[in-house]
Design a binder for this molecule. Structure first.
Ligand code: NDP
Ligand code: OXD
Length: 306
């Protein structure tokens, strides 16, 4: 069995060593243009040329959860596209989103600014029961985030395409319940995949439906958010601010107004990092299972886009 590795922006040596150790019977190689076709590929943001030269792939393993960029390429039609499922990202996402919610709830940004200015000032505590958090997308990451937030006793709403039963989470399903979900939420956390249905979903109309003082936490993809609409709603004080980890263009350009908006907290696409050891173990287990003729989880439905 031959596995080819093509991950842009990733140091290949430790991945190749890890995959060889986990799958000793496989021939694991770094892709070079012109190399012989492989059975499986481990990829992140590969060029189109990579797939044009790999017509025999049975499986394409993406070293991330989101496959939006991959699905924009022409892929060998018989190859299953497999994404990472958790692989250590869910707990990171839960801690990142929880800190962003708590930072807003407890006015910690304001206290930090006061401390820098040498001011000892108290602010009135907010009412937890008036601080409902809505999580868009209740998949592997969204469900973990929603459950983490229930432990802090925030009212938590969740929205997804199909119905779910998550303890302590009020669930809203599909387009028909989307506006109700928004109207019942003050903080909005986005953990949707980027698909034709979800692109630009965080816009003037949807964000205006949040409760006054609303706050946006986007940790999914930059193209979910209409940047100008967010800025306008912050300027008009309908929204109290945002925490953004993902952007339409990454790295975020120096001239982008997000850098200069004090009510926006930015991080460089780091809310849930791919962890090499966990990811290699998951991918190797799945390749071994496919070799035994077993079914695996995490296969992307290309028609649905996730
Ligand atoms: P999943 O596929 O497990 O979950 C996706 C969820 O979104 C599901 O609950 C699904 O509903 C719901 N959904 C999809 N389309 C719609 C729609 N049109 N309307 C309502 N709900 C919808 O994905 P993950 O949780 O693993 O990852 C989510 C995203 O997080 C990734 O696609 C990626 O973009 C982003 N991400 C960002 C990272 C970062 O560092 N910033 C790191 C990792 C991921 P249903 O359950 O009914 O199918
Ligand atoms: C992912 C990401 O999709 O890191 O895994 O954004």
């Amino acid at each position: 069995m031959k596995i080819t590795f093509c991950c842009t922006g990733t140091e290949p040596a430790p991945w190749l060593a890890g995959l060889r150790a986990a799958l000793p019977q496989a021939q694991v190689e770094l892709w070079q243009p012109g190399t012989t076709p492989a059975d499986y590929a481990v990829v992140w943001a590969p060029p189109q040329q990579f797939f044009d030269e790999q017509p025999k792939l049975k499986g394409i393993f993406n070293i991330g959860a989101g496959v939006d960029a991959l699905l924009r390429l022409r892929l060998p039609p018989q190859a299953a596209v497999v994404r990472l499922e958790d692989a250590g990202m869910a707990v990171q996402m839960a801690e990142y989103v929880s800190q962003a919610v708590i930072r807003n709830f407890r006015d910690l940004e304001t206290y930090a600014a006061d401390a820098r200015a040498g001011h000892w000032t108290y602010y009135k505590p907010r009412q937890r029961n008036e601080f409902s958090v809505g999580v868009m997308g209740l998949g592997v990451l969204g469900a973990r985030v929603a459950q983490a937030l229930t432990h802090f006793e925030f009212p938590v709403n969740g929205w997804s395409r199909s119905s779910k039963a998550l303890g302590g989470v009020r669930h809203f399903v599909g387009a028909a319940q989307f506006h109700d979900f928004l109207a019942n939420s003050r903080v909005l956390v986005n953990l949707l995949p980027l698909t034709p249905e979800t692109v630009n979903i965080l816009n003037r109309d949807t964000l205006s439906r949040l409760q006054p003082g609303g706050y946006v936490i986007n940790v999914a993809r930059g193209a979910h958010l209409v940047d100008e609409d967010l800025l306008e709603l912050i300027k008009s004080c309908h929204l109290s601010g945002a925490t953004l980890d993902v952007f339409r263009t990454e790295p975020l350009r120096p001239e982008h107004p997000f850098w200069r908006e004090p009510k926006i907290t930015l991080t460089p696409h780091t809310s849930a990092r791919t962890l090499r050891a966990d990811s290699i173990a998951q991918i190797a287990d799945k390749i071994a299972a496919l070799g035994r003729g077993e079914k695996i989880a995490g296969i992307v439905d290309a028609a649905r886009g996730y």
